[in-house]
Design a protein around this ligand. Structure first.
Ligand SMILES: Cc1cc2nc3c(=O)[nH]c(=O)nc-3n(C[C@H](O)[C@H](O)[C@H](O)COP(=O)(O)OP(=O)(O)OC[C@H]3O[C@@H](n4cnc5c(N)ncnc54)[C@H](O)[C@@H]3O)c2cc1C
Length: 488
């Protein structure tokens, strides 16, 4: 008889794993401490406006296709995707923005217009990015990160130098325009570290950006969560919300034998945690933790974020569905996140207005605005600071886009370090896990399988392969394969 598996958390990685494990015949129950499913990808609704609380960029559509295909399904069985055109817009100053087309030939032209000769360099760069994408996404990231040998293939050996050079160096070798450099360095920010600390091999993110495009599920990213929950339910996965896991219990041989959930003992043979890795280990007896506080404190974490969900009583002009504000000093902001953590002096920020392309997210004639300021994890978070930064970015937004919006705010809700900790038990309030630096790649990341507790497994953005929605889907698959293999 197949085992009972309890999964802690209902983020993308947990939902993916729940589907694979249920398909393999396990009796799967997902326990979520919050009252709604989806983890960092939950939804916030107010007065006819709908916001994705966390992720909003749908990249790497092939990874979603591959996930659903494993269950003989397609994304279109659950949601409708639109390719965004333009993909996004980047502001560099007042009235000074570049839109990123959804067509590669137009992107080459835009590069050439900015810097003569740069289109040729971009072509070479993207050829290498595509080759890396094919190696990484179609193969490497689906490995469980158990041994360094997983990284050694005929293809990776030929590219070994790219693991020891950085994106920053690679981009700056040929491209000189500061704007184009910022555009090319932007995609690796999804991996949580500075471009100067991210291996050049990760330029496959640039292929994901320019080559595969930016998509939007109609109704928002939460439609993907709903689709996965529907798939899981059809496979007999049980969901329990408001189910806070307080303890993972073990027998004398360090085998998992149960959980304490809202004060109640539950027996189980196997636990998979998709909650933040550091938090999961706090649910164990001290001697059963694999990683010390010192270990975690030395790791490079992805930034935390100050977020605002804003309902505007009018349509916004001079911006796109996704708009980046790179009109300040990127290096200084990065230093204030990673090197000398403090509230940024003059932050870069990101805004999305999903209602510009998706009418379902705001009432007629109004706009749903989402604003994100990356900040250092663990820094002080007060209402006053949130308000100060709201004013700062609204002023910048008004100035850059030449319009008044402050008096058009119907409501705003903020989310920051304290909320990441309280709502997700996130280490230092990180927004999207542990960064993919060279020393935090593959087998160098926290293990999928506990080395101290039998039948305890981990998934999600702090383990393999790393931060982001597509990696979370992949993480759910590889940990499920490991669990299934472990049983044989
Ligand atoms: C603001 C923001 C913007 C982002 N933007 C993008 C983007 O545009 N594109 C992209 O691809 N990625 C983006 N990401 C990253 C992406 O959202 C995450 O990497 C991914 O959703 C993480 O999924 P997960 O399964 O690892 O964990 P989570 O989504 O964090 O799920 C973990 C779950 O565990 C639950 N939990 C914790 N402790 C317990 C407990 N004791 N008992 C029960 N349940 C518990 C939590 O409540 C949570 O629901 C963004 C993230 C954030 C925060």
């Amino acid at each position: 008889m197949k085992k009972n598996i309890y999964i802690i958390g209902s983020g993308f990685s947990s939902l993916a794993a729940s589907c694979y494990l249920a398909k393999a015949g396990y009796k799967v129950t997902v326990l979520e401490k919050n009252s709604t499913l989806g983890g960092r990808a939950r939804q916030y609704k107010k007065d006819g406006f709908t916001f994705d609380i966390g992720p909003s960029w749908y990249w790497m559509p092939d990874v979603f296709e591959r996930f659903f295909a494993d269950f003989d399904k397609k994304p279109s069985d659950y949601y409708t995707l639109d390719k965004l055109s333009p993909g996004y817009e980047v502001y560099f100053g007042e009235n000074d923005s570049i839109t990123i087309s959804d067509k590669l030939d137009e992107i080459y032209q835009m590069f050439e217009n900015e810097e003569t000769g740069s289109a040729k360099h971009l072509k070479t760069f993207l050829d290498s990015a595509k080759a890396n994408y094919d190696t990484a996404i179609k193969d490497l990231v689906y490995r469980p990160g158990i041994s360094p040998l997983e990284l050694v293939t005929t293809k990776t050996v030929a590219r070994v130098s790219q693991f020891f050079s950085t994106i920053r160096k690679q981009v700056r070798k040929q491209i000189k325009s500061n704007k184009l450099i910022q555009i090319l360095e932007f995609p690796v920010l999804f991996l949580g570290a500075k471009p100067s600390n991210t291996p050049a091999f990760y330029n496959f993110m640039n292929y994901a950006d320019f080559g595969l495009g930016t998509w939007h599920p109609r109704g928002g990213m939460y439609k993907v969560i709903e689709g996965m929950v529907a798939l899981a339910t059809s496979l007999n996965v049980q969901f329990k919300v408001d189910a806070n896991v307080e303890k993972i219990t073990t027998d004398n041989n360090n085998n998992v034998n149960g959980l304490i959930v809202n004060g109640e003992n539950i027996k189980t043979d196997l636990v998979l945690s998709g909650a933040d890795y550091h938090h999961t280990e706090t649910l164990l007896d001290e001697n059963l933790k694999q990683y010390s506080e010192k270990y975690w404190s030395k790791k490079t974490f992805a930034p935390s974020s100050l977020l605002f969900y804003v309902g505007f009583d009018k349509k916004i002009q001079n911006a796109s569905h996704h708009t980046l504000f790179f009109d300040s000093d990127f290096d200084k902001h990065a230093e204030e996140i990673y090197d000398t953590p403090k509230w940024p002096t003059d932050p870069l920020f990101y805004a999305n207005f999903t209602s510009m392309t998706d009418k379902s997210s705001a009432p007629e004639g109004k706009e749903a605005g989402f604003f994100l300021v990356p900040i250092a994890p663990g820094i002080e978070d007060t209402e006053d600071l949130r308000q100060e930064y709201f004013e700062k970015i609204m002023d910048r937004f008004e100035k850059m886009t030449h319009q008044k919006v402050k008096d058009n705010v119907l409501f705003k809700k903020s989310f920051c370090v304290r909320d990441f900790k309280e709502e997700y038990n996130s280490y230092k309030g990180n927004a999207y896990g542990m960064a993919n630096t060279l020393m935090q790649t593959a087998f160098l990341r926290p293990n999928l399988k506990s080395s101290k507790v039998k039948n305890l497994f981990f998934t999600g953005q702090l383990t393999v392969p790393g931060p982001g929605v597509p990696p979370a889907l992949i993480s759910g698959k590889i940990v499920s394969d490991l669990i299934i293999k472990n049983e044989k």
